[in-house]
Design a protein around this ligand. Structure first.
Ligand code: ADE
Length: 250
């Protein structure tokens, strides 16, 4: 069972999100372990200060190395005490490696994961150097803190754990799982505001439906995400236009 630890200045925000919906239910059912840690609790000054001015000047404040280091020492000591392997330590920063489904799958196979959330204008580089196995960015935009990034990583990793989704098909056909965007989905009614559901989906012909969906996944990926399309293996990028007809035996 995977264990995830989130080190943050906003434990309430993380607990709220991780207690809702599918992840919340799975957490209550002990499908994984998730702990949040208040970095401020690991300060040793009376004001519980966690940030200070940047050396060299500039605006804003920088999160200091020591409270984060003490918090991480505590988490790592907990793993050690239980005889568990050292978890992967990931810092959430906009300067990190871009996060994607392949990384989610990789992290989902680990026994332990620690997600560190920065705030203010950044984190003292020395604690990143000393502790980070990797730095992760969830996209080319800047958030006010690492929490939304850590929660995105946690959610995407946890939904891949056994028993979290009702069935593995829940994620096996969807966007990015095999490097493709997902085909469009439809539900009742058959006609909504003059828009009809594609007839093939009402045909009951399983092979045709599969072929239509595969084609939609590829054409959407080509139109919307040429970067993903170019990375597809050739047999996926250009599926046979029509399924070969089987010769009927008379
Ligand atoms: N912290 C602030 N912005 C971020 C981003 N895009 N990804 C990860 N952590 C962040």
């Amino acid at each position: 069972m995977i264990r995830i630890d989130i080190a943050t200045l906003f434990t309430g925000m993380c607990e709220t999100v991780m207690d809702e919906s599918i992840i919340g239910r799975a957490r209550r059912e002990h499908k994984f372990e998730l702990y949040t840690h208040q970095i401020r609790d690991f300060t040793i000054n009376r004001q519980k200060q966690v940030d200070d001015y940047p050396y060299g000047g500039g605006h804003g404040m920088v999160m200091q190395a020591d409270p984060i280091a003490r918090c991480l020492d505590f988490i790592l000591w907990q793993y050690e005490k239980k005889g568990q392997a050292r978890p992967r330590v990931c810092f959430m920063t906009p300067a990190g490696r871009p996060y994607d489904q392949a990384k989610a799958k990789e992290l989902a196979r680990l026994p332990g994961l620690v997600l560190v959330c920065g705030h203010y204008e950044g984190i003292d580089e020395r604690v990143i150097e000393a502790y980070a196995d990797e730095e992760i960015s969830i996209g080319d935009y800047v958030l006010t803190g690492g929490e939304l990034a850590a929660l995105s990583v946690a959610d995407s990793v946890l939904r891949l754990q056994p028993g979290v989704l009702s069935s593995p098909e829940g994620y096996q056909g969807e966007s990015f799982y095999d490097g493709l965007l997902e085909y469009p989905q439809y539900s009742r009614p058959e006609v909504w505001r003059d828009r009809a559901v594609p007839p093939v989906l009402l045909s009951g012909h399983a092979a045709n439906i599969r072929a239509w969906r595969a084609g939609q996944g590829v054409s959407r990926t080509r139109a919307r995400r040429p970067d993903l399309y170019l990375a597809l293996p050739p047999e996926v990028a250009s599926p046979p236009a029509k399924l070969p007809k089987k010769k009927r035996k008379r």
